[in-house]
Design a protein around this ligand. Structure first.
Ligand code: NAD
Length: 451
């Protein structure tokens, strides 16, 4: 049995049975059996089923948000916004079965054209920080493209995925098309990656586990997409609207208690603006409301687990000065106050490793070239921000940064209709937007002789 905890209270939320490898094999067999029928549905019929699922999710919006807020310890306002994006993601891809695709290609002696075919059974492996949101970015395009799925959520946060499976069934998604299995990564996850009947693994999680997934998928030449870790820069030039940049910075790194792959955890500030920026940042950090996730006014909740708090705490012991410290509740719960280390040497561990907690580092820079060099000096390349009033400079820097998602005078990273994913060791493949469908289908080239 797995005891699922509420990180804000350390109380048990649920006891659920842990699946083993045999149950994983059975789930893959169910998905394999249901594939031919799901794939053969007329496009309009598959679209209708996905629209019905979207409506069912909308009906359960508040229930799912409450469950996610309690299981992850995230503020209820954030959980509601995430569930709204889950619904929008299904709504967007519900139309996809009927989107035009393929090309006609001029060749001699006949007609050549391409079609897209689904892959078959797709394995989805997700992390604990945005459980149903990240699952929806995989589930919706995978199902729309005609695949059937086995989803393995993180053991710490399986609740909304399990509820999703029930809602999908109630909404009329045929038996065996969506299978959710809760079990450890090392056993059930590994088996899913190696399973000969699984055509593809879509993984979101740490870079370390991503390497194991890529290696485990190699013997069966599985398709793999990887959304991995990050250490994203938030570059603030002296000519930026400093008040806006500073007011927005805490949300961009302390949102979800810093447990966000897109967290702008390296704040790079041009030297001449550093005093003014730090003053405004201090006010913004100290005014953050950290506390009960179910309180409507809460902006930051606890960390996911005692182990995560220990890992995050270890970054305070490396000698980088604590410049700003917010507040956090005492007592039960895995609390950690929002913290800014400054100034931090770019070579320090806190400036190089993904902390995945509410610690930001501030690194001063001299000019545009220095900012770009510092920002790119990392194994990661997920997201980033540039703050400046100089449009040409913003575009130059945006093109020079090695990352998959970038925002100018904003810290946003994800939208349903735009592609999301990383450069370098932040992974490969893209989720969301029209591009995601390519990751759940193969191109087939057909030649029809006319002579
Ligand atoms: P994790 O890598 O420890 O686990 C992710 C999932 O993989 C879990 O379901 C886990 O059970 C499973 N797993 C673990 N070992 C496995 C194995 N050998 N074979 C198959 N599956 C296995 O990550 P986490 O701690 O749950 O999440 C935090 C990490 O996820 C951070 O590094 C964060 O940056 C990353 N993340 C990335 C994105 C993105 O889109 N790029 C989004 C969210 C989180």
């Amino acid at each position: 049995m797995i005891t699922v905890l509420e990180p804000a209270t350390e109380a048990a939320l649920a006891e659920i049975p842990a699946a083993d490898e045999e149950q994983l094999d059975a789930a893959v067999a169910r998905a394999k059996e249901s594939y031919p029928t799901w794939r053969a549905l007329a496009p309009g019929e598959r679209a209708r089923k996905l629209r019905e699922l979207t409506l069912a999710l909308e009906h359960h919006h508040e229930e799912l948000a409450q469950l996610e807020a309690r299981n992850v310890g995230k503020p209820i306002a954030d959980a509601r916004a995430e569930m709204a994006m889950v619904i929008d993601t299904f709504g967007y891809y519900a139309g996809a079965p009927e989107w035009p695709h393929g090309d006609t290609i001029p060749v001699a002696g006949g007609q050549a054209f391409t079609v897209r075919e689904p892959l078959g059974v797709v394995g989805l492996i997700t992390p604990w920080n945005f459980p149903l949101l990240i699952a929806s970015w995989k589930l919706a395009p995978a199902l729309a493209a005609g695949n059937t799925v086995v989803l393995k959520p993180a053991v710490l946060t399986p609740m909304t995925a399990l509820r999703f499976e029930e809602i999908a069934s109630e909404a009329g998604i045929p038996e065996g098309v969506v299978n959710v299995l809760v079990g450890s990564g090392a056993t059930v996850g590994q088996r899913l990656v190696e399973h000969p009947d699984v055509a593809k693994i879509a993984f979101t999680g740490s870079t370390e586990v991503g390497r194991q997934i890529a290696a485990g998928a190699a013997p069966t030449i599985k398709r793999v997409t990887l959304e991995l870790g990050g250490k994203s820069p938030n570059i603030v030039f002296a000519d930026a609207d400093l008040a806006r940049a500073a007011a927005a910075a805490p949300g961009a790194v302390f949102g979800n208690a810093g447990q966000d792959c897109c967290a702008r955890s390296r704040i790079l500030v041009q030297r001449e603006a550093i005093d003014e920026f730090m003053h405004a940042l201090g006010e913004a950090v100290r005014s953050m409301r950290v506390g009960d996730p179910l309180d409507e006014r809460t902006q930051m909740g606890p960390l996911i687990s005692a182990g995560q708090r220990e890992t995050v705490s270890s970054f305070l012991n490396d000698g980088a000065p604590i410049a700003i410290r917010g507040s956090a509740p005492d007592g039960p719960g895995y609390w950690f106050a929002p913290t800014v280390l400054a100034p931090v040497d770019p070579g320090a561990r806190a400036a190089r490793e993904e902390i995945f907690g509410p610690i930001a580092v501030v690194i001063p820079f001299v000019d545009e070239a220095d900012a770009v060099a510092l920002a790119n000096d990392t194994i990661y390349g997920l997201s980033g921000s540039v703050w400046t009033r100089d449009g040409a400079k913003a575009l130059r820097v945006a093109r020079a940064l090695q990352c998959g998602v970038l925002s100018i005078n904003s810290n946003t990273s994800v939208r349903v209709a735009t592609p999301f994913g990383g450069f370098k060791q932040s992974g490969y493949g893209r989720e969301l937007g029209p591009d995601a469908l390519d990751a759940y289908s193969e191109v087939k080239s057909i030649f029809f002789a006319t002579s």
